[in-house]
Unconditional design. Structure first.
Length: 268
């Protein structure tokens, strides 16, 4: 195995770079911390521009990650234990991590160049749910995700990168206000399907629709905003035990995407 350099000095520029990127109060997000081997490999494959990737001196960097970095000419170094403790302090210390430049944000207009259904999350703010939906959407062929009033300032939010296992950079994810999203779908003509308790369609009916859809999900407490009702919207429900209050939004999105998987993955 190739011998890797070890960072042992606090004065190494990489140390301050990592400390800066872990700060919670950054107003401008230009770089992102990607943690753990699977998300790192996925982000490398997605074409993310890495400054450098790191491993712990006490743990060998997995060969899969080394190979991916070598293919993209991404430098890899190890970090001594005392430096790791200074960088992460009380946080969980990942065995592998990297610093990447955040790509230019996707815009609603960029979605026209993609295929596959769109997922619209209206007022969904729990980052774990958003991350799970991102992973499922990528796996089942969705064309992109629109996050409406999510409270996120960047898709490179460290929590979202963790929750999506790095897949947040593998498909277009757009941050939009409700006004912007409504205007876009009014003009684009994409057929909206809003999920709720009393839909006119069952989720199984989505299988037979041969066109691109926008699948709209609101928060579990309030559902999608009534402002979307001014558009041409069909409503969809998922059959469930009436004694259950609701499904988790990431589960609902997964069920819907499974019904649409043949269309989304058909290689149109």
């Amino acid at each position: 195995m190739t011998s890797l350099d070890v960072i042992t000095e606090r004065s190494d520029p990489a140390v301050q770079r990592i400390i800066d990127v872990t700060k919670h109060s950054r107003s401008v997000v230009r770089t992102a911390l990607i943690e753990d081997t699977e998300p790192l490999v996925q982000c490398v494959r997605a074409g993310l521009d890495f400054i450098e990737v790191y491993g712990l001196e006490s743990h060998p960097v997995p060969s899969q990650l080394l190979a991916a970095c070598q293919e993209r000419n991404i430098p890899v170094r190890l970090m001594g234990p005392s430096i790791v403790n200074q960088v992460f302090k009380g946080d969980k210390k990942p065995k592998t991590f990297g610093i990447a430049r955040v790509p230019k944000p996707c815009r609603l207009e960029d979605l026209a160049g993609t295929t596959g259904d769109l997922i619209v999350l209206d007022g969904v703010k729990i980052v774990g749910n958003i991350g799970a939906i991102v992973r499922t959407a990528f796996a089942l062929g969705a064309g992109g995700i629109v996050l409406v009033d999510s409270d996120l300032v960047s898709i490179a939010d460290r929590r979202l990168v963790r929750a999506s296992r790095g897949y947040v950079f593998s498909l277009p994810v757009v941050l939009a206000s409700r006004e912007e999203a409504i205007g876009y779908f009014r003009d684009s003509g994409t057929r909206l399907m809003a999920f709720g308790a009393d839909g006119e369609l069952g989720v199984g009916d989505l299988r037979g629709i041969d066109e691109r859809l926008a699948l709209l999900f609101g928060s579990e407490k309030t559902g999608a905003s009534s402002e979307f009702e001014g558009l041409s919207v069909n409503t969809v429900s998922i059959s469930m035990n009436p004694a259950a209050e609701s499904l988790n939004v990431s589960v609902s999105a997964g069920i819907a995407l499974h019904e649409r998987a043949r269309w989304n993955l058909s290689g149109r």
